[in-house]
Write a protein that binds this ligand. Structure first.
Ligand code: 5GP
Ligand code: MN
Length: 342
C-alpha cells in the first residue's frame, strides 16, 4: 500500500502540497519557536532528516540551543544558535511549530524582514491564530495534536519512510505534545500514526524511558520544593505556583527542570486550570498555563500578550513575581467564574 493512504483523507491534499514545496527548496534554514520543546525540536529534526533524504542541504537553527533533557535526539546536523556563521547562504526557510515571527527569536524575526526577506518559506504549525509566516506555503492545522503529526504526513506524502532517526524525531513531537497520548488532542489518527511509527521500528516505550527517567537530583529537589507551595484559588478550581530565581539557585536546578511541572498541578482533584510562573530575571516571568476540557487558558495567555492552545498556553509577563502571580490568579478566576464548574 502506498504510504499516502496512511494520511487522514482530509489532510492528503495539504500534505501533498507541502511535500511538493519542500522538494522545491534547497540550502534550507529550518527553525521553530525559541526554547524548543519536544514538538519543536522533533519537527525540526524530522524536516532536517527529510531534506537530507531528498538530497538537500539544510541547517537547523535555534538561538537557545537544545535543552539537556532532549539531547539524546539524533539530529541530522549540528544545531546552530546564531545566524552569523551559516555554512551557506539560505535559499529557503522551513518554520515549524511557531505562530508568529517574534517566537522565532529576535535574530531570525528581524532577518525575515532583512537578509531573508523574499526567500521562499513554508510554515507548518498547529497553533490557533498562527499568522501564516510562510511566503510560499502555510499548513496551519489547529486540530493537529502536534506539529510533528503534520510533518509526519508531509513525510509520507513525499514518499519517505518514517524510520530510523526520522521516525524517532516524529515520535518525540507526538509523544511530548500529547502528554504521552493523554491530552484531549490524542485522536484515533494520532494512535494510527504512532502505530505506523512503531511498525517502522520506532521504540516508543524506549523513547518515553529516555524522556521520563533522566531526572537530576536537583530537579527532584526543585519539584519537591515547589509542590509544597502550590496554592489553590477560585474554590479549588485553579492551582498556581511561582518559581523564583532563588528556588532554582538553591536547588542547583536549571530553567528546563521546570518542564512538565505545571501539568502535575492539574492532578489535584477539582482543579480545572493550573499556572506556573517562572521568574527568568527580576521583573520578567514566563507563564505556563494548562487546563482540561473546555476551559480555554489560551484566552488568559492572550491577555498577557502570549498565546498557545485551549489546554496549553503561555506567555511572558514583564512584572515582579508576586504581581504576576496576582494578575494571573485574577485572570484565571475571571475565566472560571464565567463558566459552570467543569
Ligand atoms: P509552555 O507552557 O510549555 O511553555 O507552552 C505551552 C504552549 O503555550 C506552547 O505550546 C505555545 O503554544 C504557547 N506559548 C508559550 N509561551 C508563549 C509565548 O510567549 N507566546 C505565545 N504566543 N505562545 C506561547
Ligand atoms: Mn507543538
Amino acid at each position: 500500500m502506498p504510504l499516502t493512504t496512511e494520511i487522514p483523507e482530509t489532510w492528503r491534499a495539504p500534505a501533498a502540497r507541502m511535500a511538493e514545496r519542500l522538494r522545491g527548496l534547497d540550502r534550507v534554514l529550518v527553525a521553530a519557536h525559541v526554547n524548543p520543546d519536544g514538538d519543536a525540536l522533533g519537527s525540526m529534526s524530522a524536516v532536517g532528516w527529510m531534506l537530507r533524504a531528498l538530497g538537500r542541504e539544510c541547517v537547523l537553527y535555534s538561538p537557545s540551543g537544545v535543552p539537556g533533557y532532549l539531547s539524546f535526539l539524533p539530529l541530522p546536523r549540528t544545531l546552530l544558535t546564531s545566524l552569523e556563521r551559516l555554512p551557506f547562504e539560505p535559499q529557503g526557510l522551513v518554520l515549524l511549530d511557531c505562530g508568529e515571527p517574534q517566537r522565532l527569536g529576535e535574530e531570525l524575526a528581524s532577518a525575515l524582514h532583512g537578509c531573508f526577506a523574499g526567500l521562499p518559506g513554508i510554515n507548518i504549525d498547529h497553533h490557533l491564530g498562527s499568522d501564516g509566516m510562510g511566503t510560499s506555503g502555510n499548513w496551519i492545522e489547529p486540530a493537529a495534536a502536534a506539529t510533528a503529526q503534520l510533518v509526519a504526513y508531509v513525510c509520507l506524502a513525499a514518499g519517505l519512510r518514517p524510520e530510523g532517526p526520522l521516525g524517532e524525531a516524529l515520535a518525540l513531537g507526538l509523544v511530548t505534545d500529547t502528554g504521552g497520548f493523554a491530552h484531549g488532542s490524542t485522536t484515533a489518527a494520532v494512535f494510527r500514526l504512532a502505530a505506523l511509527l512503531g511498525e517502522h521500528g520506532c521504540d516508543i516505550p524506549g523513547l518515553r524511558e529516555k524522556l521520563d527517567s533522566n531526572w537530576s537530583p536537583a530537579r527532584m529537589a526543585l519539584w519537591a520544593r515547589l509542590m509544597q507551595r502550590v496554592e489553590l484559588a477560585c474554590d479549588g478550581r485553579a492551582a498556581l505556583c511561582l518559581a523564583r530565581l532563588d528556588d532554582l539557585r538553591r536547588c542547583g536546578a536549571l530553567k528546563e527542570d521546570l518542564e512538565g511541572l505545571v501539568e502535575q498541578f492539574r492532578r489535584l482533584r477539582g482543579v480545572e486550570a493550573s499556572a506556573l510562573l517562572r521568574e527568568d530575571a527580576p521583573g520578567v516571568c514566563k507563564l505556563s498555563l494548562r487546563s482540561t476540557g473546555d476551559t480555554d487558558v489560551r484566552s488568559v495567555a492572550v491577555q498577557f500578550g502570549g498565546g498557545g492552545h485551549r489546554n496549553a498556553a503561555g506567555g511572558t509577563l514583564r512584572m515582579e513575581g508576586q504581581d504576576a502571580l496576582d494578575a494571573v490568579r485574577a485572570a484565571l478566576c475571571r475565566l472560571l467564574r464565567g463558566r459552570e464548574r467543569g
